[in-house]
Design a binder for this molecule. Structure first.
Ligand code: NAP
Length: 535
């Protein structure tokens, strides 16, 4: 009987993708009845389907009791090894959801020997002369995880004699997660040492592997490249991506520099509602569409953070870990970061139950774990509904007696009977290795209670990422947002801002509109400088 774990559309698209395979890749799949059975079954079905799509993948199945498992040191079910006679690439757990894509790319890398690293990274890896084992904890719903996995697997392919990469599905291996203290994804370890919680830029990640310890900031290898653009867009959220599209369509050479992954906050928004054209769409799916469209026009670099922007000879010099970019105009679309509660235990237990990303970390709490969501806005309610749909026991803690979230979300929360601690604030989060208890105080009665929970999702709004604006001396308002006029011009000629960094209602529709407006204003101002008219 034909296995239908992969839909017909995906089968066809995979058949096309696999045409680029060069060498045959041996995949070994290890399972053991009684250990993660539901994931064993789906993994085996998925792996059985692969050789039907290409003759360049051979799959062999083993039990953990087989000699082969002992020889390969496989003790967990399911485990998948990719090209094990040549490489050390291991999926401990099923490559499901977001991770299916990284698995396919890992197979392609093993077959072609080509990886997804930059020239700088190849040079850095040449310095490595010792063995390194890289572990990346992931979950099927984590949008940031595949990128971190691709870096790790690329390194393992590039330096196969020294680097081994292990991708660990966190929910299927909770004992390992506990051992390492990983309760958020992606979390990466080199050997036994924590490298990073969250996605790391490629440069720092590769340098950290080479050094064998976390390296924060990395200068480019041996050279300072200069590249010339009309517009450098800083930030790859909806505002930045749209600015680049409109910039290029106006004939202005544009590049987007994004310090992490494209998409900004929407890439971790479980469901975006009411973006015109989509009644509902997963945040990551919308980002992927936007990024694809942007790449048809503009350059777009991920994992490239901007360190500084300086005025130079009537233009701008934008410095990054990958060298310097020259720009006639700069559009700042750096967005905002999640606000903290600033309560005891929050920092210490971040990544150990405290999370600012329900999409990334919610999966660990499915199946009845107790979690709190702090906040009363659209984000908090969206997160609460998402966690509830995963099967977590959710309680919302909100500081007032009414939500500010839109009515539809409120109705869904009430319909699903998600409990709410009204007029309440979280006073402290405690636990030894991970969260055990949270103390909550009712602001009206002064009564305190201690709730036994494993997770706290904080969704209490955002603070602007305004360091570049401050360094440039732009005017910002009392809340830290960049002041702009109707054309998204800042207080400095040829510097524009768009999206959440400008404050306002923080909607995707407004962000894309501001990105377009900013790019069109650049076009207008370059040909007709408004600041010179008054002279
Ligand atoms: P938000 O609208 O600013 O709401 C923040 C919530 O956190 C408020 O309920 C606020 O309480 C509470 N809060 C703020 N500081 C707090 C603190 N220190 N301690 C405890 N509670 C605190 O933020 P958001 O929900 O993240 O939304 C941000 C923007 O994104 C909004 O414009 C929203 O509409 C948009 N968004 C849209 C969607 C969508 O699908 N359309 C989804 C998510 C977000 P008060 O109510 O008392 O001020």
């Amino acid at each position: 009987m034909k296995d239908q774990i992969i839909s017909e559309d995906v089968r066809n698209s995979l058949k096309k993708t696999f045409k680029q395979l060069v060498e045959t890749v041996a995949v070994e799949v290890y399972t053991q009845a009684g250990m993660n059975d539901q994931f064993n079954d789906s993994t085996v079905s998925f792996m059985k389907a692969l050789p039907e799509l290409t003759d360049k993948i051979s799959v062999n199945f083993f039990s953990l009791k087989d000699e082969q498992a002992i020889r390969r040191g496989v003790k967990r079910s399911p485990t998948i090894l990719i090209g094990p006679d040549q490489y050390n690439i291991r999926y401990t757990g099923s490559p499901a959801g977001e991770e299916a894509a990284s698995f396919i790319l890992a197979v392609i890398m093993a077959s072609t020997g080509k990886t997804y690293l930059s020239g700088d990274s190849y040079k850095r890896l040449e310095r490595l002369k010792e063995k390194r084992h890289v572990r990346v904890f992931v979950s099927p719903t984590c949008p940031y995880c595949p990128q971190q996995v691709i870096y790790a697997v690329s390194a393992a392919v590039e330096k196969k004699e020294f680097i081994s990469a292990e991708v660990i599905e966190i929910y299927e291996n909770l004992d390992l997660a506990k051992k390492y203290g990983a309760m958020s994804v992606p979390t990466t370890y080199i050997g036994e040492a924590l490298l990073s919680a969250g996605l790391q830029p490629e440069d720092s990640f590769i340098e950290s592997i080479v050094e064998g310890k976390p390296v924060e900031y990395v200068m480019p290898v041996g050279r300072e490249e200069m590249r010339d653009y009309d517009i450098v867009v800083i930030g790859g959220g909806p505002a930045g991506l749209t600015a680049a599209i409109y910039g290029e369509r106006s004939g202005l050479k544009s590049i987007v520099l994004e310090k992490a992954n494209v998409g900004g906050q929407i890439s971790v928004t479980p469901v975006v509602e009411n973006y015109p054209g989509f009644v509902q769409i997963a945040g990551k799916a919308l980002v992927d569409l936007m990024a694809k469209q942007t790449l048809e026009y503009s350059a777009l670099l991920q994992g490239v953070g901007v360190n500084d922007v300086r005025k130079k000879d009537g233009a701008f010099e934008v410095t990054t870990g990958r060298g310097t970019y020259n720009a006639k105009a700069v559009i700042i679309a750096t967005g905002a970061y999640s606000r903290k509660l600033n309560v005891p235990g929050e920092d210490r237990l971040a990544g150990r139950g405290v999370s600012y990303c329900a999409t990334c970390d919610g999966y660990i709490f499915k199946d009845g774990k107790n979690v709190l969501v702090a906040g009363g806005g659209n984000s908090a309610l969206t997160d609460a509904l998402y966690l509830d749909s995963l099967g977590a026991h959710v309680t919302i803690v909100h500081r007032r007696g009414a939500f500010r979230a839109e009515d539809r979300l409120q109705q869904s929360v009430f319909q699903r009977n998600i409990p709410v601690e009204w007029d309440s604030i979280i006073e402290g989060i405690s636990g030894e290795k991970s969260i055990e208890k949270v103390s909550v105080k009712n602001a009206n009665t002064g009564k305190k209670k201690t709730l036994a929970v494993q997770g706290v999702f904080i969704a209490i709004g955002y603070e602007p990422n305004n360091s570049i604006a401050k360094n440039l001396g732009l005017e910002i308002d009392e809340d830290g947002y960049i002041k702009v006029d109707a054309k998204m011009r800042t207080s400095m000629p040829l510097v524009y801002a768009a999206g959440d960094i400008t404050g306002g209602i923080k909607q995707i529709v407004t962000a894309v509109s501001q990105g377009a407006t900013a790019a069109l204003a650049v076009f207008e101002d370059i040909s007709n400088p408004y600041w010179k008219k008054d002279l």
